[in-house]
Design a protein around this ligand. Structure first.
Ligand code: ADP
Ligand code: MG
Length: 211
């Protein structure tokens, strides 16, 4: 397998992410019931339906695929999730322009751009108990792996580990953004649902790239 990620690989990655969210949506809603309104799993399932629809219709290149997927997710109603995950995918697509199929460094560029896209929509930082707590360590781990010479699939696996560790760390945090902020200390003790979604998606991406 060439060490590049093109349209076919991204389609596999997206399908794996859709599957992972569908399998785990009840657990995601349960996490959201501790501090939020208990809808994160169902909202993510709706987001994944948009991912599926947009992916089927998109032109067969990574830039268009991710951009169209992002647009689709952006339109999901139900609070914070649509704009945050939508801008993640859209910015990733824009970053893929002109460098397809992507090598590991190109993949790291995509995730850094995606993170920057999310950060345009929220001032949440690491430690605030949001999806940022999974996305930042994933992106950092991905770049570090690339700089250490990792293959695409190794680098994506490191990113998934980073996301999982970041999501696990949110258990001990008190929410400072989103609805969970309103419950104060009661938000301590369980993972942030958005961070859990990011880690599921990145693990699915990683498994889809195992040679
Ligand atoms: P809502 O809170 O509108 O019901 P969801 O339940 O679908 O939306 O998603 C909640 C998740 O979204 C949180 O766990 C958190 O990760 C993320 N989130 C919510 N608001 C913000 C924000 N302002 N900045 C960053 N992430 C946020
Ligand atoms: Mg919610």
């Amino acid at each position: 397998m060439p060490d590049r990620v093109g349209y076919n690989e991204w389609m596999r990655m997206l399908r794996a992410a859709i599957e992972a969210i569908r399998t785990n949506h009840e657990a995601l809603s349960k996490l959201d019931s501790f501090g939020g309104d208990g809808d994160h799993g169902t909202t993510m399932v709706r987001a994944m339906a948009c991912v599926e629809k947009a992916a089927e219709a998109a032109p067969p290149d990574v830039e268009s695929l991710l951009r169209d997927v992002g647009w689709g997710v952006m339109g999901v109603d139900g609070g914070a999730t649509g704009p945050l995950f939508g801008s993640l995918f859209m910015a990733m697509g824009e970053a893929a322009a002109g460098s397809e199929p992507l090598d590991a460094a190109g993949l790291a560029d995509m995730f850094e751009a995606g993170l920057a896209g999310v950060q345009k929509r929220t001032r949440a930082k690491v430690g605030d108990k949001t999806m940022i707590d999974a996305l930042v360590p994933a992106t950092v781990a991905l770049r570090e792996a690339v700089e250490a010479g990792a293959s695409v699939s190794e680098a994506m696996s490191r990113a998934a580990e980073g996301a999982e560790q970041g999501a696990a760390a949110t258990k001990a945090m008190q929410a400072r953004f989103g609805r969970a902020k309103n419950v104060g200390e009661q938000s301590i003790g369980e993972q942030d649902p958005g961070a859990a979604s990011v880690s599921l998606i990145l693990r699915a991406f990683s498994e889809a790239l195992v040679p």
